[in-house]
Unconditional design. Structure first.
Length: 151
């Protein structure tokens, strides 16, 4: 009887060892640290009625307002629907910039505006004698909201 008990204990111990090895190497997988190509193009969050304000080291202030902001984690970029950018200057009236869409890059330092971009600057009204008006319209515009080196 003692021999059968030893065989049973040995068989149970062997099963436990095999089960442990199977769990360690068979079930556990290394987490996938890399981002797949499909995940690079998927947004991680979005915001409706987006408003963001900022100031660089030289004191330039700005406000970004958009109907919707869609953030993409890879590339540090965000898509803006109907953006309105207001750039404040202590010495002049604020400049208003409107567009149909825009891309916000590099932690809000650069904005690429596309589609019916309009710049309304009251400082241009003073140049009416030269033929300029207070509104400039283009199809594409890049705005650097912060000086290089600012965070």
């Amino acid at each position: 009887m003692e021999f059968k008990d030893n065989i049973l204990i040995g068989a149970v111990f062997l099963c436990l060892v095999l089960l442990s090895i199977w769990l360690q190497f068979g079930l556990l997988e290394e987490p996938n640290a890399g981002i797949t190509e499909a995940e690079k193009n998927n947004p991680d969050y979005y915001a409706e009625m987006f408003v963001s304000s900022g100031m660089d080291e030289s004191g330039k202030k700005y406000r970004i307002i958009a109907d919707r902001m869609v953030h993409y984690p890879v590339g540090r970029r965000a898509l803006l629907d109907n953006p309105h950018i207001i750039q404040y200057d202590l010495n002049n009236n604020p400049k208003h910039i409107y567009a149909e869409s825009g891309w916000l890059y590099d932690n809000q330092s650069t904005v690429l505006l596309t589609g019916n971009v309009r710049v309304i600057d009251n400082q241009l009204n003073g140049m009416q004698s030269s033929g300029a008006s207070g509104t400039v319209a283009v199809q594409k515009m890049v705005i650097h909201l912060r000086d290089k080196g600012s965070s």
